[in-house]
Design a protein around this ligand. Structure first.
Ligand SMILES: [Zn+2]
Length: 128
């Protein structure tokens, strides 16, 4: 088997990490702004509550992705990158191209998605 071009994925991951950190900073800023807006304009509370919960959701997703990106960079460092942390098989290349921080092969990802959809194993963030 041809050795994997880890450097390529490392670049993708570092870029994504940077974007996510910028995103996190922006969410932080927006959260501060919406608190100020509430005090100034109580009529907008409902609207701002709605946008806040959407914002929190995005923030949660961004935070989880950031955690996965960091774990993936860690796996690059320890040489286990590109292998499923569940079954140890190589993760599909196409999948790594699309989601370079994924810790699972397609099969295990589907299992996790199903578990999450069923309300089991939600908030389980894989650690390297
Ligand atoms: Zn697997």
């Amino acid at each position: 088997m041809k050795p994997m071009d880890v450097q390529h994925y490392k670049e993708l991951l570092l870029k994504r990490q940077e974007e996510l950190m910028e995103e996190a900073a922006r969410f932080e800023q927006e959260a501060r702004n919406s608190r100020v807006a509430e005090v100034e304009d109580p009529i907008d509370v409902v609207t701002s509550d709605e946008s806040k919960s959407a914002n929190f959701h995005l923030r949660d997703v961004a935070a989880r992705t950031l955690q996965q990106v960091r774990a993936a960079l860690q796996r690059i460092n320890d040489g286990s990158y590109g292998f499923c942390i569940e079954c140890g098989r190589p993760i599909e290349r196409m999948r790594l191209e699309a989601v370079p921080w994924t810790p699972f092969c397609l099969e295990d990802q589907e299992k996790h998605d199903q578990a999450e959809a069923a309300g089991e194993g939600a908030n389980v963030i894989p650690t390297a």
